[in-house]
Design a protein. Sequence first.
Length: 102
Amino acid sequence: MKNPRIFALNRGNSFGHGPQIPELPATANRVDVNRKCSSLAATIAVLGLARKIEPNVAAAMDWYRNVPIVELGNLSARQLVAQGDAEFVIGFLKCIQSGDRD
């Protein structure tokens, strides 16, 4: 049996009233949705590698959000991922892992 609360949110209550989930317009930009998904996947990949170097979650998150990477234009990992350059951050972290950089 379906959860009645979820069903009510999806369909309204039994009288046809209540919260409705809006439908996306036919012109919804699916590229934006895909970009957000790939950005999330990139964030997870970068943080996963960062955690192998720095196991402290808070420190890894601080680095990701706030520490500029000199070799990558003084941008933070977060900024680079947001502009679609996660592969550079991943390469940078792999260099650290392999001992090519401190």
